[in-house]
Structure formats: C-alpha cells, structure tokens
Design a protein around this ligand. Structure first.
Ligand SMILES: Cc1cc2nc3c(=O)[nH]c(=O)nc-3n(C[C@H](O)[C@H](O)[C@H](O)COP(=O)(O)OP(=O)(O)OC[C@H]3O[C@@H](n4cnc5c(N)ncnc54)[C@H](O)[C@@H]3O)c2cc1C
Length: 386
C-alpha cells in the first residue's frame, strides 16, 4: 500500500464518478490523502446492471461491484461509508457531515442524483423506485411474488423495468403523461419502436394521461387517471427521472440550479470540483452547460477532474453516450438525434431489427444510434467524431 501525505482531498459521493476521480488522481501521481464520503453503505458499484441483469435475476448483487476492497487499499483510498454530507463552507474549506467537520485542500462533489418520487406515494410499501442496489434487490424480491405491476414512466428506465418483467411472466401496465415512450437524446425517433415492443409483449399502455390520485389497498394499488380510467396492479414502480443531489450545498454559494455549475474542467469554485450526474459542465463547443446522466459521462468527467487537479491540463470534450437493453435489443446512442429530421440509415435495416442510423443536419452528424449492431455502430462513431 502506498504512503500518503496529509492533508488532502475529500470526495463526497462514493460511487462511479467519485471513485473514477480518485483512481485518476492516483494514476496521475497524486500522493496526498484521499477520503471518499458516501451515504450508501456499499463500496462503489455499477448501476446499469440493476435494471437489467440484477432485476431479471441473472446476476447476484455482488457482481455489480466496481472493484475489490484490496484494490482500493492498494490505492490508499479511505472510504467513510454511511456518512452523509450536510453542508459546505467554501471559504474555510470544510465539509460538514452528519458526524463531523472535514477539512479539505481540494473537494470533489460527486453526489449523483436521486429518483424523483411521485407525491403522495412516499410511504406506500407497494410503490418501488430503482436507483440503488438495495432498491433493485427489494424490487426483485417483490417481483417473485406478484402477478401485475404498474410502471409509471415510459422513459429508458421504465422501459428496461417493463422488459425485465417479461422474465417473470408478470403483467405490466405503463402510464406516462407523454404521448409515447421516450429514450434520452433520441429526439423521439424511437417512440413507436419501443411502443411496438410493448404491444408485442402484451403491455397495457396509458399515454398522455395525468395521475389524479393513488390509493394503496391491502391487496394492490390503484391509479386514477385524468382520462377517467383507473389502473390497478399488485405493486408499482415509479421511474419518472432523477434530481441532482445538491440540497446539502444550499448555503455554499455555489450555483446549484439543476446541478453544480462547472467550467469545462469541472471547476465549480477555487479548490472545488464536481463530476458525474450531479454536475452541470460547460461545453465549450455548444457554449451551454448541461448535466448528463450516464455512465460514460461520469467516467469521463471523473478522469478529467483527476487529471486537471494534478496537471492543470484539460481533457477533450466528448459527445454524450449511453446504452440500454430493452427486450434483448442492444441500443447504443452517441450525441443527440434531431427531432423532425428523418433518420439516415447507415448500416443494416430497421425491418431486420438490426441497423445503425443517424441524423444529419447541414452536413453535420448530430447523433448516431445502433440497434443490435454494436460493431457497425463503433465504426460509425468516427463519422460522428469527425
Ligand atoms: C437502474 C439504473 C440503470 C442505469 N443504466 C444505465 C445504462 O444502461 N447506461 C448508462 O450510460 N447509464 C445508466 N445509468 C446511469 C448511471 O448509472 C449514472 O449515470 C452513474 O451512476 C452516475 O454516477 P455518479 O457517481 O455521478 O452518481 P451516483 O451513481 O448517483 O452516485 C452518487 C453517490 O453519492 C451518494 N451521495 C448522495 N448525496 C450524498 C451526501 N450528501 N453525502 C454523501 N454521499 C452522498 C449517493 O448515495 C451515491 O452513492 C443507470 C442508472 C440507474 C439507477
């Protein structure tokens, strides 16, 4: 194990972005103390498998671990798990937690995001959400005992949950206030494809409706909808998006409007950085600050912040990238597809359920999606990156 110099750096949020920052700092030669403070009691794990392999029962929860505690000890990373940051004083360089005051030389904010909850359902035992490993294990257990599930939200997470339900033979109903399912950054181009998958799998869909009320009974849960109909299930899963975890920064003086505002190196203030789902980085190409919620951005920002702290060198700006798996279809997405511009098919054919498609605006490729064609998608990436 390496020896470390004090004082050092505090990372709040011991998950993917926080851990990647720590690994990047060590890789760049940072020798001071690194403390990771995390509200969850688990060492860092990957969330993408939670709605896929873990929910369908193919993986044990432990298979989501990012690395072993031995590896973390080799890097001299100090984890303080189950500890919650409750305040930040930027000028005195101190983080206040639920148990102590932690001084820092540099701070990285990597507190990610939390699920948005449906008002009035917070204390209902039949209503599940999916963000943490504990959520996934709880939902998986519940699924073994139920016959029908109502999923609120036909976004990417809701769609993954609905597709996992087919492994259990569970009857699904999906409710969304939007007129069709939505995958992020796809400009609505895949709405009907996802909807067709739902219909093929006998999913009942209720789009374009508001939820007027929710009642929990001993045997199930009922949603009264704005079109006058009602939907019932044994349990419900609410997947209506996330909110950045910034409450603890309310009195810090940082700009925390929809995430911690940062420059294009992840700098939020002197000696304060942010990365991952909680951060809203400035993009020098578009001159806009955006918050991204995906695994690749959390890794890229974590690597970039670690490098910048040690070397003061910037990392190149990249395009957003995410993947998903819905009813066994492997979906890869880079950049963002433009709504209203027809898709250009680059490889394969939608009718064969294998293709790569792009939107091209004024000669510029704005986004590429791969549907069951990962190799060809990777080839097409260079077109986009050019
Ligand atoms: C079910 C699911 C499936 C997903 N699937 C995909 C996918 O297929 N592809 C993809 O690209 N992305 C996917 N994502 C998104 C991806 O997992 C996230 O973008 C990534 O986890 C972000 O990492 P992060 O470290 O920024 O934040 P998080 O992973 O949210 O971690 C933040 C950590 O900070 C902790 N924390 C929060 N507040 C405090 C506090 N005050 N004090 C101390 N600790 C605190 C939290 O407890 C948490 O452990 C998925 C996410 C979920 C939930």
């Amino acid at each position: 194990m390496m020896s470390v110099e004090e004082p050092g750096l505090v990372i709040v949020g011991a998950s993917l972005a926080g851990l990647t920052c720590a690994q990047s700092l060590r890789a760049e030669g940072y020798t001071k103390k690194i403390t990771l403070v995390g509200a969850e009691k688990h060492l860092p794990y990957n969330r993408p498998p939670l709605s896929k392999q873990v929910l369908s029962g193919k993986w044990q929860g432990s298979q989501t671990a990012i690395d072993s505690s031995e590896k973390f000890a080799e890097l001299a990373l100090e984890f303080s798990l189950g500890e919650i940051a409750i305040g930040l004083d930027v000028s005195s360089r101190e983080v206040k937690t639920d148990t102590r005051t932690l001084p820092f030389e540099d701070l990285i904010i990597a507190t990610g995001a939390s699920v948005r909850r449906l008002a009035s359902t917070e204390n209902m035992s039949r209503v599940h959400v999916l963000r943490t490993l504990d959520d996934a294990l709880g939902l998986r257990d519940a699924l073994t005992e139920v016959k029908s599930v109502v999923v609120v939200g036909a976004g990417v997470l809701g769609s993954e949950v609905i597709s996992a339900l087919s492994d259990f033979g569970t009857k699904a109903t999906v409710i969304d206030r939007m007129p069709a399912p939505q995958l992020p950054l796809t400009g609505g181009h895949f709405a009907s494809r996802i909807d067709d998958l739902f219909l093929e799998h006998d999913v009942r869909t209720k789009y374009g409706v508001e939820i007027n009320s929710v009642t929990e009974q001993e045997s199930g849960i009922t949603f009264e909808l704005s079109d006058g109909s009602s939907v019932t299930g044994d349990i419900a899963v609410v997947a209506i998006g996330c909110i950045p975890n910034v409450d603890w920064l309310a009195n810090s003086g940082l700009d925390i409007t929809n995430g911690v505002l940062c420059d294009s190196n992840g700098v939020a203030a002197a000696h304060v950085y942010a990365a991952g789902d909680v951060a809203r980085w400035h993009n020098p190409v578009t001159d806009k600050a955006i918050r991204l919620e995906n695994q690749t951005s959390a890794i890229e920002q974590g690597l970039a912040v670690g490098k910048f702290i040690v070397t003061r060198e910037s990392s190149p700006t990249t395009h957003p990238f995410f993947w998903s798996e819905i009813y066994g279809n492997k979906i890869l997405m880079l950049g963002s597809l433009q709504a209203g511009i027809p898709l250009t098919i680059v490889h394969g054919s939608p009718s064969d359920n294998r293709f790569v498609a792009a939107t091209i605006s004024n000669g510029i490729t704005t986004g590429i999606v791969g549907w069951n064609m990962p190799r060809e998608f990777r080839q097409s990436r260079s077109m986009m990156e050019a």
